[in-house]
Design a protein around this ligand. Structure first.
Ligand code: HEM
Length: 490
């Protein structure tokens, strides 16, 4: 046992002076940090547990480290729910965030968009889509832009699009099957949704222009969740450079359409032909450009990821795949050989539609919907301060066992029953509901039909970890499959 006299202790301190100083300093710093940490843990004051961490930084590093892991950024939320319960708050990049986990909360926020809450975007996201994007503009301009953008997405406008997309898809699947090679569903779906959307918006079908637009859009899309510093080589820098090029390409296209040098029956043409209308009934050039970019960015990665998850979920549930295939084969058998799908055919895909909905419920393409509180308010009994970010946690609602029984099970038949309002949020709700909802449904149903009625497939990599740094969850493997022709006996 250590037994030191007063002299012995003095001698020990003198001999180990440096160590003692370092130890005392460490204890001092540790207790200071502990005090800061303790003072930032929410108390009963506002009733929301959680860890605000150090000023400004808060839990920014934990958030980014989750985003950079193969568990995806929702793991950041999952971990905090385990620690604090359903409601919790945190601080990311200087902003206080509260994750809103309930249907009641979703209703309060989304039904009061623009009135008590506003969309909140990180700077990089707003810079990527542009100042006049429907994502970023204030309420009054939003209403006008949204109205003018809506027409090409109505079901009647989309009926022309169904046949075009179907033809494009059939040709590409046929080629892949003939090659006998494994391919990543995510690459395939990203390419085909991009080509289809760009074709519908501005009739670009020819390389190398299509490739250039795709490259620039990919750079812009990759910059959406990046640190907004113009440092060469960074994602943000590449994204901003891509935006400048897209501005130029789309600007030149508008000039050619206006002069009559180019004419196509498409969305861009319908916008340019509004030139003589009153200011309230048209888009100016920058509004057209920013919203062309917005529509491509909003439509491509979302739909492509949903398609990939659909393949994965069906592969994991072979008996449901068989049921879906049966429905799709009966539709195919009723059509003349080689005929394209129509909107009426899609309306007959009742089980197919439930498969699409269940895919969207489980995949949570947009994991939460961020809003900022414009005033102090109460959401589902919880006090919220002006300026806080309130994230409608669609993922939590979709996996809530009180809302969806056995939520981890892929069960399309759960949609036999009508859902409670604000319980199914893949496309959001309220004045900012997804503008491309009908287009997304068309793209997914045609994809599901051609894949299941024409082919069988083998999943070539069962890895279920997620791609790093993606704000839309997707498999790291990209979901590679090999196609085999299905013998469709008439
Ligand atoms: C499966 C595919 C898709 C999913 C899951 C999806 C999801 C969503 C969600 C959740 C929102 C609302 C975001 C919020 O409230 O914060 C939204 C908005 C939007 N989506 Fe989609 N989307 C899809 C496909 C598309 C397509 C194909 C397009 C167009 C080509 C599109 C264009 C838009 C636009 C323009 C908005 C903004 C609407 C506004 O702010 O008024 N989306 N989407």
């Amino acid at each position: 046992m250590l037994n030191l006299s007063k002299e012995g202790l003095t001698l020990l301190v003198q001999n180990h002076y440096g160590i003692v100083i370092v130890a005392m300093l460490s204890i001092g710093i540790a207790s200071l940090l502990w005090k800061v940490w303790e003072s930032t843990v929410s108390t009963d004051e506002d009733g929301i547990p959680g860890q605000l961490g150090l000023p400004f930084f808060g839990e920014t590093f934990s958030f980014f480290s989750a985003s950079y892991s193969t568990k995806g950024c929702y793991d950041f939320v999952r971990q905090r729910r385990k620690r604090y319960g359903k409601w919790f708050k945190t601080r990311i990049l200087g902003k206080t965030h509260v994750f809103v986990p309930s249907i009641e909360g979703a209703k309060t926020i989304l039904a009061n968009d623009f009135v008590h809450f506003n969309k909140s975007y990180v700077k990089s996201m707003a810079d990527a889509t542009g100042e006049m994007s429907v994502f970023s503009v204030p309420h009054k301009i939003h209403t006008r832009i949204r109205r003018l953008l809506s027409d090409p997405f109505s079901m009647s406008s989309l009926s022309k699009f169904v046949g075009k997309f179907d033809k494009m898809l059939c040709e590409r699947l046929d080629k892949l099957e003939k090659s006998g090679e494994s391919f990543r569903v995510i690459d395939f779906s990203l390419k085909i949704t991009f080509d289809a959307i760009v074709n519908m918006l501005m009739s670009v079908t020819e390389n190398p222009l299509l490739e250039q637009i795709e490259k620039d859009c990919t750079d812009v899309s990759n910059s959406m969740l990046s640190i907004p510093l113009m440092i060469p080589g960074t994602r943000y820098y590449k994204g901003m450079k891509g935006r400048v090029k897209l501005n130029e390409i789309f600007g030149n296209m508008i000039v050619r359409r206006r002069s009559g040098e180019e004419y196509f029956d498409d969305f861009l043409q319908s916008m340019v032909e509004r030139d003589s209308y009153s200011a309230d009934e048209k888009l100016d050039d920058q509004e057209m450009i920013d919203n062309l970019i917005t529509l491509i960015l909003a439509g491509q990665t979302t739909t492509a990821s949903a398609m990939m998850w659909c393949v994965k979920f069906l592969d994991d549930n072979k008996e449901l795949l068989d049921r879906l295939r049966e429905e799709q084969l009966s539709i195919a058998r009723n059509k003349p050989e080689g005929a394209s799908l129509t909107l009426e055919d899609l309306n007959d895909m009742s089980y197919g539609f439930k498969v699409v909905k269940e895919t969207l419920r489980m995949a949570n393409v947009l994991i939460w919907l961020p809003r900022v509180a414009m005033n102090d308010c109460i959401i589902d009994g919880v006090e919220i301060k002006k300026g806080w970010l309130v994230n409608v946690d669609a993922t939590c609602v979709h996996y809530d066992p009180d809302v969806y029984k056995d939520p981890r099970r892929f069960n399309p038949s759960r949609f036999d029953e009508i859902q409670k309002p604000y319980s199914f949020l893949p496309f959001g709700a309220g004045p900012r509901t997804c503008l491309g909802i009908n287009m997304a449904k068309v793209l997914m149903l045609v994809f599901v039909h051609r894949l299941t009625s024409g082919y069988k497939w083998k999943l070539d990599d069962p890895d279920s970890s997620l791609e790093r740094k993606e704000h839309i969850p997707r498999l790291r493997s990209g979901c590679p499959i090999t196609l085999k022709l299905l013998n469709m006996a008439k």
